[in-house]
Design a protein around this ligand. Structure first.
Ligand SMILES: C[S@@+](CC[C@H](N)C(=O)[O-])C[C@H]1O[C@@H](n2cnc3c(N)ncnc32)[C@H](O)[C@@H]1O
Length: 605
C-alpha cells in the first residue's frame, strides 16, 4: 500500500522534469544550482544532502533506505555501498528517485508503506532519514504491539537489520536551538511547537536527544554513536562528534555556526542570535542537547560489526568534517578534524579535495584584470584565540557601535600593515585574509584558510570591500541593525575607507568581486555587479519578521525604564528605610505599635 505524502505535486513534477533532462547525475553535482532559491530544488538536488553521511564508510555494505523520497541521499548511498535497496511510500517520489539512479545497476526499489515492506534479505545498514517524524500519520501499530506509532516504525525497520547491522537515523531535534530562538517548527510551521510538546492530534513529531535514544533502546538498538549535522541534517555543511564537543567545544560551536539555518520560503524570526547562543551552549557542555538535528548510528550490540566498518574514520581519530561543495569541482574541499591525542593541542586540521581526487596546485585564472589562483592547503594552524567574527557579533549585539568599528578597524589596520607592499597595494595572499578567517591571538591576529591568491597584488579598497561583504554575509540578520554610525554595508565600506584614507572604489570592487564569485561558484551566487550593489545598499534592520525583533527591543526599553524608576532617588530612600527597619527589631516593633490601630482585625502580625 502506498501513502499520500507529498511536498506538493507541482514540486515533484518539476523535480522529475529537471532530473530527466540532467545528464550528470552524480551526487557531487550541483544539479539545477541556478534554481536553489527555490526550497524544493535546493533541498532535493543539492550535493550538500550527501554531507550528512560522507564521513561514513559504506564500502562493501548492503544498505536499505526507508522513506527514500526523491533520492537525495539514495544517490550517494548507491554510489558508495555494495548494494542499495529502497522503500518509498509514494509512486511519484519513487519515479523521481528511479530517474535519479537510472545509470546505476546496484540498486532496487519498491513502493510500499514501511510497515508492509516484504524484503528477501537482511541489511548491514538501514537508513531512515527524515522519516520517523511521520510515523503517526502513516503507520498503525498492530493491536498487540507494546508502543506507539514511532516505536512501531522503529520496530518495523529493525526487522530488516542483520544481527550486527547499523540503524542510521536522521531527524530534527525537538529542542534545537533554532526553535528556542523562534524558528517555526520545520513540519508544522508553528513557532515553539516542539518546545511546547506539540498538539496531541496525530501529526509529524520530533524528539529530544534523550527521548530519541530511549526509543532506539526500546527497539533493541542500545549501542549508539551520535553525530550532529549543522546547521541541520537537511543541508549540512559540517558534522561534529561528541568527542569534538567534549575536547574543543568552541571550535565545535564555530563549525556549527558556519552557516545559519534558513528556510527560503518560511520567515524565520529570531528572538536572539542563535550563533551567539551556540557558543554559550557549547561552553556549558550542552551543544549535543541543543543541536538542530541528529544523526544516530545505533546497533544491537557494541561488538565489532557493521558499526565499526561504517564508522571507520572515527576509529582513526576523526572528530568533525566540514565541507565546501558549492564551488567549481576542482576547488571543492573537505576539512577533516582529527585528534592525535587527548591533549589540548592534539588536533590536526587537514583539507582535502572533496571528491578525493587530486588536490594539487591550480593554474591562475584571469579575473577582471587580475589573476586568481586557488592553493591547496593541507594542514591548517590550530588557533586557540577567539575568532574576530564572534567578537564582532557580540559587540554588534550590544549595539556598541564605536567599539564595533574600533575592533573591525584594528583588524583591518593590522592587515593593511601586514600585507602592504611597496606599491601601496596589498600582497595577493590578503585576498582571503578577512574577518572570516582570523582569530585574536596574544601576539596579534592569527589567520587560516588563505585559499586564494591574487596577482599581481590586492587593491586596498577591494580588501575592505571583502571584509564588509563577509561580515554582512555571516551575521545573523538581527545583529547588524540600523545604527547611528552606519546604515547599510555601503556606509560601513565608506566609513572604513575614510578611516584608512584609502580611496573607495566601489564600482570597481563590485565588478571584480562579481567576476570572482562567478568564477568560484558558478550559477548560484549574485551574478551581476547590480545584484551585489543591492546587497551593499540594503539598510540594516529593514527586514520585517511576523513578530518583529524590534518588539523585543521595545520591551527591553520598558524594562530599562522600570529599572531607572526602581533606582530613582525616592525609591532608593524608601528601600534604604525598610532595610534599616529590618535590621532594627526594636524600631520595627515600635512602628508596628504605631500602625496597629490602623490595621483590620485578623491582619497578619
Ligand atoms: C521528508 S521526506 C525524506 C525523504 C528522504 N529520506 C530525504 O531525506 O530526502 C519523507 C519521506 O518518507 C516517506 N515516508 C514517510 N512515511 C512513510 C511510510 N510509512 N512508508 C513509506 N514511506 C514513508 C515519504 O513518502 C517521503 O518521501
Amino acid at each position: 500500500m502506498s501513502i499520500d505524502y507529498t511536498d506538493g505535486r507541482e514540486s515533484e513534477a518539476h523535480l522529475l522534469e529537471i532530473i530527466k533532462a540532467q545528464s550528470d547525475l552524480r551526487s557531487s553535482t550541483a544539479i539545477a544550482v541556478e534554481q536553489y532559491d527555490r526550497w524544493h530544488v535546493h533541498y532535493h538536488l543539492s550535493p550538500e544532502r550527501g554531507n550528512l553521511v560522507r564521513h561514513l564508510s559504506f564500502s562493501g555494505l548492503h544498505v536499505l533506505e526507508l522513506g527514500a523520497g526523491m533520492g537525495a541521499v539514495s544517490r550517494y548511498l548507491a554510489e558508495h555501498a555494495e548494494t542499495l535497496t529502497v522503500v518509498e511510500g509514494t509512486r511519484e517520489r519513487f519515479d523521481c528517485l528511479s530517474q535519479r539512479l537510472r545509470d546505476l545497476d546496484n540498486w532496487s526499489g519498491h513502493v510500499a508503506n514501511i510497515e508492509d515492506a516484504q524484503l528477501d534479505r537482511k541489511f548491514d545498514v538501514i537508513c531512515v532519514i527524515g522519516v520517523l517524524e511521520y510515523a503517526q500519520m502513516y503507520m498503525r501499530p498492530e493491536a498487540d504491539f507494546d508502543g506507539d506509532a514511532f516505536d512501531w516504525m522503529l520496530h518495523c525497520a529493525a526487522r530488516h537489520l542483520e544481527p550486527d547491522g547499523v540503524f542510521l537515523i536522521a531527524i530534527e531535534n525537538a529542542l534545537g536551538i533554532k526553535y528556542w530562538a523562534g524558528a517555526p517548527e520545520d513540519h508544522t510551521w508553528r513557532m515553539f511547537d516542539s518546545v511546547a510538546g506539540y498538539d496531541t492530534a496525530p501529526g509529524p513529531k520530533t524528539f529530544s536527544r534523550g527521548a530519541l535514544r530511549a526509543r532506539l533502546q526500546r527497539a533493541g538498538l542500545a549501542h549508539c554513536r551520535e553525530y550532529y549535522p549543522f546547521p541541520d541534517y537537511k543541508l549540512p555543511n559540517c558534522v561534529v562528534t561528541p568527542k569534538m564537543i567534549e575536547h574543543d567545544p568552541r571550535l565545535a560551536a564555530e563549525l556549527a555556526t558556519g552557516r545559519s539555518y534558513e528556510h527560503h520560503e518560511i520567515p524565520t524570526p529570531r528572538y536572539y542570535p542563535p550563533s551567539l547562543a551556540m557558543f554559550q551552549v557549547a561552553d556549558a557542555g550542552l551543544l549535543a542537547e541543543f543541536a538542530n538535528s541528529f544523526l544516530f548510528a545505533a546497533a544491537r550490540s557494541g561488538r565489532a560489526g557493521a558499526l565499526e566498518r561504517l564508522c571507520r574514520r572515527e576509529e582513526q581519530g576523526e572528530v568533525a568534517w566540514y565541507y565546501n561543495l558549492l564551488r567549481t569541482p576542482e576547488t571543492r574541499t573537505r576539512t577533516v578534524f582529527q585528534r592525535t591525542g587527548d591533549g589540548p593541542n592534539d588536533l590536526r586540521i587537514r583539507k582535502y579535495g572533496a571528491d578525493e581526487e587530486a588536490f594539487g596546485e591550480r593554474e591562475p585564472v584571469p579575473c577582471d584584470g587580475f589573476t586568481v589562483r586557488w592553493r591547496p592547503l593541507p594542514d591548517q594552524p590550530l588557533l586557540s584565540g577567539p575568532k574576530i567574527l564572534h567578537t564582532l557579533m557580540r559587540t554588534a549585539y550590544y549595539e556598541k557601535w564605536d567599539r564595533f568599528l574600533e575592533e573591525l578597524h584594528d583588524f583591518i589596520g593590522w592587515s593593511l600593515d601586514h600585507w602592504s607592499t611597496d606599491g601601496g597595494a596589498l600582497d595577493g595572499l590578503a585576498f582571503d585574509a578577512n574577518v572570516l578567517n582570523a582569530s585574536i591571538e596574544p601576539d596579534g591576529y592569527g589567520l587560516f584558510d588563505l585559499e586564494w591568491q591574487l596577482a599581481p597584488s590586492m587593491p586596498r579598497s577591494w580588501f575592505i570591500f571583502r571584509n564588509v561583504m563577509s561580515l554582512c554575509d555571516r551575521f545573523d540578520e538581527e545583529l547588524l541593525i540600523d545604527n547611528p554610525r552606519f546604515h547599510c554595508p555601503r556606509d560601513l565600506y565608506d566609513t572604513t575607507c575614510r578611516h584608512f584614507e584609502s580611496p573607495p572604489d566601489l564600482q570597481a570592487d563590485l565588478r571584480r568581486e562579481c567576476t570572482f564569485q562567478n568564477l568560484v561558484a558558478p550559477g548560484h551566487r549574485e551574478r551581476t555587479p547590480e545584484d551585489l550593489a543591492r546587497v551593499m545598499d540594503k539598510r540594516f534592520g529593514e527586514r520585517s519578521y511576523p513578530d518583529d525583533p524590534r518588539m523585543i527591543r521595545a520591551r527591553q526599553r520598558q524594562i530599562d525604564e522600570m529599572r531607572v524608576i526602581w533606582y530613582a532617588t525616592p525609591v532608593r530612600i524608601a528601600r534604604r528605610f525598610t532595610e534599616w527597619l529590618d535590621r532594627s527589631p526594636r524600631l520595627t516593633k515600635a512602628c508596628r505599635m504605631v500602625l496597629r490601630p490602623f490595621r483590620g482585625r485578623g491582619g497578619k502580625p
